[in-house]
Structure formats: C-alpha cells, structure tokens
Ligand binder design. Sequence first.
Ligand SMILES: [Zn+2]
Length: 128
Amino acid sequence: MTARHEGSARRLRILEKIRANVTIEDEPRPGQTTPCWVWNGPDSGNGRGGGYPRMKLDGQTVAVHRVVFTHFHGYVPGRKQIDHTCRTRRCVSPHHLEMVTHRENMKRRDRAAQEDAGKDGSQGERKP
Ligand SMILES: [Zn+2]
C-alpha cells in the first residue's frame, strides 16, 4: 500500500470519528442554506475562546472545525482563523466554515455584535 492510500484511510477514520459526535440539524438556521452540524463532544470550556469543539487526534487536542475545514477545503496556515458563517460555535459543517484573517474575523465579530447587541457577551474575544 502506498503512502497516498494510507493517508486517505486516515482521513476517513478521522471523518468517521467526527461524524459519530455530530448531530445534523433538520432545518437550516436563518441565513443558511444548509443545516448546522452540531458537535456533541468535548469543547474548549467556558472561558475566553470557550465553547469551540475539541477532539483528541493522535494524542493531541485539536479544534474540530479546523480539522473539518482542512479535510474539505485544504490546509489552514497557522495564523489564519476559521470563521463560522452561521455564528454557531459548536457547528462543524464544512459549508458554514470560512478561512479568514484575524483582522477580518474581528471585523465580522464587531458587525455581528452590533446586530444582536449583548446577546451572549462574547464580543472582543479571540477565536482559537
Ligand atoms: Zn452551522
């Protein structure tokens, strides 16, 4: 078996592991054309940058939305951030994830915060 085959088998195992912890919602949320994939596994806790899906991969804890993004769309450079277009932190749908700069992410966060001011008090915090 070539390295290439082993690589894709690993990708599929990772995807299976993610699917086992995800509930795909019945209906798209407002503003979306596809339903959210809501993570049921562990997350990054309640503090700053909290509430994002986490999983163990080869002994390390990783951000699930970054794993999903990489699987479907390709490599994420270290300084890039993954934004949720559905503004649902626990969502890991590849259709709702977009790679952005920190600057763009902050801009969108401010805009969203203005749109529903004070809803969850999370404005100004960094995404992992
Ligand atoms: Zn979503």
